[in-house]
Design a protein around this ligand. Structure first.
Ligand code: ADP
Length: 263
């Protein structure tokens, strides 16, 4: 004889099933909403530089070509917009590879202070031009802290965060890196700037794709609005966390964790 379920048990199962279905539908709707928002944002991001390039070329063809000064300025402006499109394509490529999980991590043991110094060097010219100074906090230079992570991906994280600290830094600003061995398992890396800061109401959303607190400033500085979304993806793919503290006009601190590396 098959075991029988009571009416109460069957109705409990049905209710459980209904709740599960409702959650599945809500999740699908959320994904659909994200997808639509993403496409809308993307179309907008593409339109701005493409229309600008179109405008410069049309004006040149309509006669401005005769004037060598105008010529140069327009071509320079068109190139600036093409560079922006290229950055956007690179970031989109990166984010879609991260999201599809196609981009496997390739972890190794390396010293985090060495990588940070390397990225300081890479960005030194840009920082110098904006009067921003990079340093490692006193007492954090040694001992060397080995971490276990995908070095090239973490380089990308550091580039995006330090580049932001230049873009949103004050002239004669300062960005400082500090490192803490939290629980013997993880290293906390913090990058603090004394730049324009982020108003509190924007903080929970800055890691979203295309979210910016000041669109005009971001665009002017050459931002794509995808830098922090890429950073968050990379850190989470490592099973680690990232957060931000910030105060307008005082500055921002981005902190992320990495697994301690053991030889
Ligand atoms: P963007 O390409 O616009 O810089 P990001 O994803 O890197 O895009 O950053 C999203 C937004 O977060 C920026 O547009 C800016 O408003 C804010 N932001 C990021 N980093 C900083 C920072 N260090 N100081 C102030 N604001 C920042």
């Amino acid at each position: 004889v098959l075991p029988q379920k009571s009416i109460e048990e069957v109705s409990k199962d049905v209710e459980k099933w209904a709740i599960q279905k409702r959650e599945e539908i809500a999740s699908l709707q959320r994904n659909e909403k994200f997808r639509k928002e993403f496409l809308l944002n993307l179309a907008h991001e593409l339109k701005t530089p493409v229309f600008a390039i179109q405008g410069y070329i049309h004006t040149l063809l309509d006669g401005a070509l005769e004037d060598p000064e105008v010529n140069k300025t327009f071509l320079r402006n068109a190139t600036k917009n093409i560079d922006r499109l290229c950055r956007l394509i690179d970031d989109l490529d990166e984010i879609s590879r991260l999201e599809s999980g196609e981009n496997q991590l390739d972890p190794e043991v390396f010293v985090i202070q060495d990588l940070v110094r390397d990225v300081f060097d890479t960005l030194s010219l840009k920082a110098k031009n904006r009067g921003v100074r990079f340093s490692i906090k006193k007492g954090c230079e040694a001992p060397p802290l080995p971490v276990y992570a995908d070095k090239e991906k973490i380089r990308q994280v550091l580039i995006n965060l330090l580049d932001n600290s230049i873009k949103y830094g004050k002239h004669e600003g300062h960005t400082m890196a500090s490192f803490y061995n939290t629980d013997g398992q993880r290293i906390l890396v913090e990058l603090s700037d004394n730049g324009i800061g982020i108003p509190e109401e924007h903080l929970p959303r800055v890691f979203e794709r295309f979210y910016r607190t000041d669109k005009a400033r971001s665009r002017e500085a050459g931002g794509t609005g995808l830098g922090l979304a890429i950073v968050k993806h990379i850190i989470e793919a490592h099973g680690q966390t990232i957060n931000v503290r910030s105060k307008p006009d005082i500055g921002s601190t981005f902190g992320f964790t990495l697994k301690v590396g053991r030889e």
